[in-house]
Design a protein around this ligand. Structure first.
Ligand SMILES: [Zn+2]
Length: 681
């Protein structure tokens, strides 16, 4: 009786939700095709809230015994097919394959599967929701949705008809669906598959990890090997190709245990929902107060931020230029699953690798996708044979794709092999990577290739002090140019920002650094400065999360200025032999720098003051790469004085205002509309 009542409820739900009409349309498609299949597959969208309200028993059944609940819908649909004569070819109820697609699950703990908790429940065959980041995926292969079997004894009535139908159920392997050891119920002869009726569907296997596993890429030192467990997700039919490597998703599915050469808990995915974290609503009170105190200037707030940032690692005032650039690169990250266009790659030339390394390690932890690339692994995707023996090739993400929307810190550039550096250069230039899958090697006839967008900023440093390099020092005829002869010049050029960061530079207070190091050695947890107590790491995290989600747009003045500087700079750095030193990506970097500075100021509008900082940073970087030009920028232009108090900040504003005038003069002289060169631009 209860079953009949549920069927009634299912029919009412289908009617009310529009599911019945969709089902009739789907039937029409099958009917019109005139093709006869072993099974006819239908997906039915289920909103658990609606269905529980309509009939609690059916709702409960769907949530906790989905495979049995599908049978209720199967019966209802079969009756509909027969009474309304929807599919002429369809003969038996078993030929109807119903897949219930859930819109969501109740937001209760018992419905979510925490990937960190073991053992996972794979025995109850019900829906769970889990969340994770895709770290590997296979190519798409085929699986058997359904097959028709016939009795091999021609005299038996079951050697015809559609009595023996096998349908894929969650967790079943291919060999469970199609085997050759079935026997006829009537005469015990063996059953044989009628191959012309076999229905194939698409299948893809992805591996996910919990976002918590990313901490393994942040906190530990390079020498410590680590390992984390991924969870396998089976995507079928309409779910195939719905997930991208590096993205985070919420997945509704049924955990099952798959036994092939090894036993593993897998999830048969039912619904996939893109996961976007919530945007924080504000910043800490202390930062808000600081912002209001400095509101008269467009430069003071970010200067103070740079000054006090990472006081756990270096004393305030040390490496301010580098710290400003790191903060700017960090606010150009994105933790939404959207395209990241505004990356800011940073290459640091330093003789102080220990502190720089620590500083960068500290900084990447402030964004969700800050990945410290472990030396033992690959930066870019690699191929392996899929362990479930499905013939598919598995593509492993590698650090760069895992850092999607964030930062990939690859350590010392010289620690990577030449071919990897060439690959890095091509990725930095094209922002994508293509993986070639040789068919021969993986037992396939055709070669395939897959292209992935690379949406992260790369950070790296070069040790200027390593002995091999010291011997290579060449005398440089160009003023301001750095000697970086051991790193391929094209790669250095590909990095948007080149920063010189040395103890000898003016922004390095030696005494306070020594004091800092000694105090930290005695008490590593102690907060040494007032600033580190007032502006904690969490405060910075929140500030960055808030700033990077700001939508910024250029004021007309700022837009003119950035184009003016770009064109003028292109002109003066063009020679008849090698053409222009500024690639097309230069403008993109300049725009990104200006946006970053506006964001860091928590402003929606990019002003000419932001463009000035962008131009100074970019010109400093160009000078290191190619030497100085007429737009002569001092190495310490952004932080001309050490920052101590209000008065110094005031002086810096006056100085930057002068720079602004120089920049405008430079654009007026060499920018668009002026004819100084007759070269082929
Ligand atoms: Zn038989």
């Amino acid at each position: 009786m209860s079953n009949l009542k549920m069927k009634e409820a299912a029919l009412i739900y289908l009617d009310r939700s529009g599911g019945l009409q969709k089902f009739i349309d789907d039937c029409k498609f099958y009917n019109d095709s005139k093709q006869s299949y072993a099974v006819y597959r239908f997906s039915i969208l289920i909103n658990p809230s609606d269905i529980v309200e309509l009939d609690a028993e059916l709702g409960n059944y769907i949530l906790h015994q989905p495979l049995k609940a599908a049978h209720v819908f199967q019966s209802v649909c079969f009756v509909a097919v027969k009474t309304l004569s929807l599919i002429g070819q369809l003969q038996t109820e078993t030929q109807i394959n119903i897949v219930l697609k859930l819109t969501h699950l109740p937001p209760l703990r018992s419905y979510s599967l925490d990937l960190c908790e073991f053992p996972l429940d794979y025995a109850s065959q019900r829906f769970y929701m889990m969340q994770g980041i895709v770290i590997a995926m296979t190519t798409v292969t085929k699986y058997t949705q359904g097959a028709r079997f016939l009795c091999s004894d021609e005299a038996c009535p079951l050697s015809k008809g559609f009595e023996y139908i096998r349908v894929h159920v969650p967790g079943a392997t291919e060999s469970a669906t199609v085997r050759n050891d079935f026997l006829c119920n009537l005469c015990s002869s063996s059953l044989q598959e009628d191959r012309k009726f076999r229905v194939l569907g698409d299948k893809q296997i992805v591996e996910i990890i919990t976002a918590k596993a990313l901490h393994a890429f942040q906190g530990y030192s390079n020498s410590q090997p680590f390992r984390f467990q991924s969870l396998t997700i089976f995507l079928r039919d309409e779910s195939v190709s719905k997930m991208n490597i590096g993205n985070e998703y919420k997945i509704i599915g049924i955990p099952t245990c798959v036994r092939t050469s090894q036993t593993a808990v897998c999830i048969e995915a039912n619904s996939i929902i893109s996961y976007n974290p919530e945007v924080p609503s504000g910043i800490s009170d202390n930062f808000r107060y600081l912002l209001s105190l400095t509101s008269s200037s467009c430069w003071k707030f970010t200067a103070i931020l740079a000054n006090i940032f990472a006081s756990q690692i270096v004393p305030p005032g040390t490496y301010n230029l580098l710290k400003l650039c790191l903060l700017m690169s960090l606010v150009q990250t994105s933790d939404r699953n959207k395209e990241l266009k505004d990356c800011l790659d940073i290459l640091i030339m330093t003789s102080d690798t220990l502190l720089v390394d620590r500083l960068l390690n500290f900084s990447i932890k402030l964004v969700p996708r800050g990945i410290r690339h472990p030396v033992s692994t690959e930066i870019f995707p690699t191929l392996s044979r899929n362990k479930y023996g499905t013939g598919a090739v598995s593509i492993q993400a590698g650090s760069a794709l895992l850092a999607k929307g964030g930062i990939c810190f690859i350590g010392d550039l010289a620690s990577h092999k030449k071919d990897k550096l060439e690959q890095l250069q091509s990725v930095v230039e094209s922002r994508s990577i293509t993986v070639y899958i040789p068919g021969k090697k993986f037992g396939d006839d055709i070669n395939q290739q897959m292209t992935f967008p690379v949406q992260c900023s790369f950070w790296s440093f070069v040790d200027m002090d390593s002995s091999s390099r010291r011997n290579m020092q060449k005398t440089n005829t160009l003023i301001g140019r750095m000697d970086c002869s051991l790193i391929p010049a094209n790669l250095v050029e590909a990095f948007g920002l080149l920063i010189n960061c040395n103890e000898s530079s003016s922004s390095y207070p030696l005494i306070s650094t020594v004091q800092h190091t000694l105090k930290k050695a005695i008490n590593p947890e102690e907060l040494l400065y007032v600033a580190s107590k007032k502006f904690t790491t969490e405060d910075f995290e929140k500030l960055l999360a808030f700033a990077k989600n700001l939508n910024v747009e250029f004021s007309l003045e700022a837009e003119r200025m950035i184009h003016g500087y770009y064109l003028a700079s292109r002109r003066i750095r063009t020679d008849s032999i090698s053409g222009s030193k500024l690639s097309a990506s230069a403008l993109k970097y300049l725009v990104s720098l200006a946006e970053a500075h506006a964001r860091l100021n928590l402003r929606n509008k990019v002003l000419k003051e932001d463009v000035l900082i962008a131009a100074l940073l970019f010109e400093t970087s160009l000078t290191l790469k190619y030497g100085a030009t007429v737009f002569c920028v001092a190495p310490n232009a952004v932080f001309p004085f050490e920052l101590y108090n209000e008065e110094y900040l005031e002086q810096r504003d006056i100085y930057l205002n002068q720079c602004q005038q120089q920049l405008q003069q430079f654009i007026a002289t060499y920018g668009p509309g002026t004819a100084i060169f007759t070269s082929d631009e």
